[in-house]
Design a protein around this ligand. Structure first.
Ligand SMILES: C[S@@+](CC[C@H](N)C(=O)[O-])C[C@H]1O[C@@H](n2cnc3c(N)ncnc32)[C@H](O)[C@@H]1O
Ligand SMILES: [Zn+2]
Length: 483
């Protein structure tokens, strides 16, 4: 079946099946097949997720796949087709969706893909154990969205649950999906809702601040919570920066109107973001998050108990399109060239402030830059913090005209405690206001060891504000910026 659906990733030519490879008729290159898994990715990309621990960490047992499948089906309502036809699942993982898909009869044939051979083996192990592979037309292949290996118009349905947000270039992936779908076909994905998670993070930051004041932040489980807040902040601040997101496993969260606009520009006939999972207060989602973070019950109970009252401030700001932790993203490919309906909404994202003093209170900062030399040229170690009420992406250091950015995201509960006793800064900004980076300036070196130095704050809207301080630095010297 693979050769009917996939093509040569090198030249687009047709593939033929050999015992341990798929070989291209046109250019002769081959795709290895090991233990029944065609390996298009060949280790060029991978996941950091732990295959062996995945099911336990995500509460996946033998009952969950059917419940999950039924929930998607019921949320899709009238969009669900009489048959899913020929299916490709992306990022199948250990088979949360595919175990139920193959237990039922709604798919004619199925190709299960993932970036990771380990995940595919684990998925197949469960499918075999459950006896759902017998008599079915199923194939396994690695695919990461970076291989041009899917043939045109060969699938009726593309599916991905919790995988789109791992794919760096969502546009290019959706273009692949569009091309691979037959006219009249559909694709659906379950993915995190950005505004919901932002409201949840802001609520949890308030809770963390309250607990720092009460217990000094010494409780077990406090650090994993801070780390999650910091990561959440990091991916939000850098949401449009592909070179930054490349380093993260979880890369994106979704906004309905952005998704609809993207899908529309690719050519899909319809695009909808349907709220998936009912948790207006955020309590259930926080509970799941605590479990994923390994936060033990006593501390988890404290957080969960505080969530309704503290979180209400942020969760109530969400509109109906963002009332759930996840979206069921549903796109269809039209039968003809006409484009019909898009769920579009005015962009409700807050307008960006343009100056560092916006947001009421003045910012404070303490940033240290230490210069040294290495084989790669001059290296600046940059650390410290910047607390403000505006969203700061990072600190830009310019050395002899060459700029490098150090992201601002590390948890600094000490700064929060020292400077935000009265809560005049948003807890979310105050808690994750630290930075610590080594910036290598290859090719920047000077005869007398002295360099021109400039330090700026980079705001989320793209604005830049210069920090007063030394404008020269010598190797071995430390430059301090504070205000
Ligand atoms: C959060 S898990 C979801 C797994 C499964 N779909 C589920 O719902 O439990 C993300 C999956 O996507 C895979 N993945 C990560 N990056 C990927 C990429 N670029 N292309 C395809 N799969 C990817 C991971 O290996 C992992 O199996
Ligand atoms: Zn070829």
């Amino acid at each position: 079946m693979l050769t009917a659906k996939f093509r040569c990733p090198e030249c687009g030519g047709p593939l033929s099946e050999r015992q341990d490879a798929l070989v291209c008729w046109a250019c002769g290159s081959s795709v290895p097949v090991r233990e029944g898994i065609a390996d298009f990715v060949r280790g060029r990309f991978d996941t950091i997720l732990d295959v062996a621990a995945y099911d336990q960490e995500h509460g996946i047992d033998d009952k969950r796949p059917n419940r999950f499948y039924d929930q998607i089906r019921s949320q899709a309502g009238g969009r669900w087709p009489p048959s899913l036809g020929s299916v490709l699942e992306v990022g199948c993982g250990t088979g949360l969706f595919s175990r139920a898909l193959l237990a039922g009869n709604e798919a004619r044939d199925v190709i299960l893909t993932d970036v990771s051979v380990g995940m595919l083996r684990e998925c197949r192990h469960h499918l075999t154990r459950l006896g759902v592979l017998e008599g079915r037309d199923v194939a396994f292949a690695t695919y990461s969205s970076n291989e041009a290996c899917i043939r045109d118009a060969v699938f009726d349905t593309f599916i991905g649950t919790s995988v789109l947000h791992h794919i760096l270039d969502v546009r290019s992936f959706l273009e692949d999906v569009y091309r691979g779908l037959k006219p009249g076909g559909r694709a659906f994905f379950i993915e995190p809702v950005r505004r919901y998670h932002q409201a949840m993070a802001q609520s949890l930051a308030d809770i963390a601040v309250f607990l720092t004041a009460r217990e000094g932040g010494k409780t077990e489980g406090f650090q994993p919570l801070l780390n999650w807040l910091a990561q959440q902040r990091q991916s939000l601040m850098h949401k449009d920066d592909q070179s930054f997101l490349e380093r993260l496993e979880d890369k994106h969260q979704f906004v309905p109107e952005e998704f609809a606009a993207l899908a529309g520009s690719i050519g899909f006939a319809t695009a909808e973001a349907i709220p998936f999972g009912n948790d207006r207060t955020g309590v259930g989602t926080v509970q799941l998050l605590c479990a994923e973070l390994g936060i033990a019950k006593p501390f988890r109970d404290v957080i969960v108990t505080m969530m309704p009252a503290v979180g209400n401030r942020f969760m109530k700001l969400l509109g109906p399109t963002d009332w759930a932790p996840s979206f069921l993203l549903w796109v269809t490919k039209g039968h003809g060239p006409s484009v019909h309906t898009f769920q579009t909404q005015p962009d409700r994202s807050p307008t960006r402030p343009v100056g560092p003093n916006m947001g009421g209170v003045a910012p404070h900062w303490q940033i240290r830059v230490v210069a040294s030399s290495s084989a790669q040229g001059t290296v600046l170690a940059v650390d410290g913090w910047y607390i403000s009420n505006v969203d700061v992406v990072g600190i830009r250091v310019t050395l002899d005209g060459t700029s490098q950015d150090a992201p601002l995201w590390l948890p600094r509960p000490d700064v929060q405690q020292a400077l935000n006793q009265r809560g005049q800064y948003a807890a979310w900004n105050a808690l994750c206001c630290g930075l610590a980076e080594q910036l290598a300036f290859g090719g920047v070196s000077s005869v007398d060891g002295e360099h021109g130095l400039q330090v700026d704050v980079v705001l989320a809207g793209g604005g830049v504000a210069r920090l007063n301080g030394p404008d020269r630095i010598r190797l071995g010297e430390t430059a301090m910026f504070s205000g």
